[in-house]
Design a protein around this ligand. Structure first.
Ligand SMILES: [Zn+2]
Length: 402
């Protein structure tokens, strides 16, 4: 037995294969959102609840019914008798497999190979689901003295907005004002990036209305496609120029990306009267989302586009919150733990994606988004490295004892 390992860490090391097997089994139970045509997290939550109860934990199950009438379960388990709780928040839902032919193994059958577990949801967010519950179990089994409680939330509905997951739990008020949070749903393979800030998200639909006519008589119509191209081109240049400032936490400045484009017509010889395109904007916290939106709408009304009608509407918007401070207790604690336990010198970063840190930070909670993982969420042949899962479980346990 190596002396530097505490009892909990030792227990986790010994559980390595059990953890890999649990992850493989878990991803074999589909948990795709009913809104995307799946059956929800129910069966997977049952599996995890049984496992936790089998280890002697009392599990609270918070279930919310979504708009399809499906139950969306959230599991909450807390260990310890301290005043404050360190929460590890993960999610049990996954996206669909995407292009099935791009997978080398069955996406819904966990496969263990070369120190990795393959399958949809192994990386996002299964690896950390298993890491967090094994940290709980290790602390309990080893009887290690705890400086703070460990709370584990296995949340539903993260991939499509968290309305029936963390959003509902935050509204219910199950978290203490002085609690601390780790959201292991973003990170890098070195485990040295602690995310403390997220950009605003703004998804826009641009509808251009013209007049449909035969392609041989353009003088009688208004080509919506032409105006869509012109408008999107102008927006592309204007936005990148105006919102060009950088932030030292983020790799990129604000981004404005044209993404989806709706199908218009089947024929080559018709001038389209309607074009619908989408823009995904990720805006640095220093800028106001309203300012971006006002600019888009002002340009849409400009005289040069006068023949067509351009409508810009918002179908998803999440404004950035005040970042978690680099000097906050959770960030200092995590940095110290990584240094002491794993010899990692971690730095603070910002990301363009959104995590459940947002609703928590909105309430003024201190949240570190951190984990050790490859950046392969939502990709085919998704996998989790068993070493990463084991190392992160040890860090979660260490944070409550060390
Ligand atoms: Zn995720």
């Amino acid at each position: 037995m190596k002396k530097e390992f505490g009892g909990a860490e030792h227990f986790i090391e010994d559980s390595r294969m059990e953890m890999a097997n649990a992850l493989a089994k878990m991803v074999g139970i589909k948990a795709i959102s009913p809104i995307s045509g799946g059956a929800g997290e129910g069966k997977r939550a049952d599996f995890l609840q049984r496992m936790l109860q089998g280890w002697g934990f009392a599990v609270k199950r918070y279930t919310y019914i979504d708009e399809t009438g499906t139950e969306r379960p959230n599991l909450v388990t807390v260990l310890g008798n301290n005043k404050r709780t360190l929460w590890i928040i993960t999610h049990t839902d996954t996206v669909s497999e995407g292009d099935r032919s791009a997978w080398k193994t069955d996406p819904f059958k966990g496969v263990i190979k070369n120190g990795k577990v393959f399958g949809r949801g192994t990386n996002d967010n299964g690896q950390e689901v298993i890491a967090s519950i094994f940290a709980l179990r290790a602390l309990k089994e080893s009887g290690s003295g705890m400086k703070r409680n460990l709370g584990v939330v296995l949340a539903a509905d993260e991939e499509l907005g968290s309305e029936y997951g963390m959003g509902a739990l935050v509204r219910k008020g199950i978290f203490g004002k002085r609690d601390m949070f780790i959201v292991p749903d973003s990170g890098n393979a070195k485990g040295d990036e602690i995310e403390i800030s997220e950009k605003s998200t703004l998804w826009l639909r641009v509808t251009v209305l013209g007049k449909q006519v035969h392609a041989s008589t353009p003088q009688d119509g208004v080509n919506a496609y032409r105006y869509a191209i012109r408008f999107l081109n102008e927006i592309d240049e204007y936005m990148h120029k105006k919102y060009k400032k950088r932030d030292k936490l983020f790799i990129t400045p604000s981004t404005f990306e044209m993404t989806k484009h709706e199908k218009n017509l089947d024929s080559t010889n018709i001038i389209p009267g309607k074009e619908v395109s989408y823009i995904d904007c990720r805006i640095l916290p220093r800028y106001r989302v309203d300012s971006v939106l006002n600019d888009m709408r002002r340009i849409a009304k400009a005289k040069r586009f006068g023949k067509a009608r351009i409508i810009v509407d918002v179908f998803e918007r999440e404004d950035a919150t005040r970042p978690t401070s680099e000097k906050s207790e959770i960030v200092r604690m995590l940095k110290r733990a990584l240094k002491k336990q794993r010899g990692i010198r971690a730095k603070c970063v910002g990301i363009g994606g959104g995590t459940v840190a947002k609703p928590l930070r909105k309430l003024g909670m201190q949240v570190a988004v951190w984990s050790t993982q490859h950046d392969i969420a939502h990709q085919p042949n998704e996998y989790a490295e068993i070493d990463h899962m084991v190392a992160d479980a040890k860090t979660f346990a260490f944070l409550c004892t060390g």
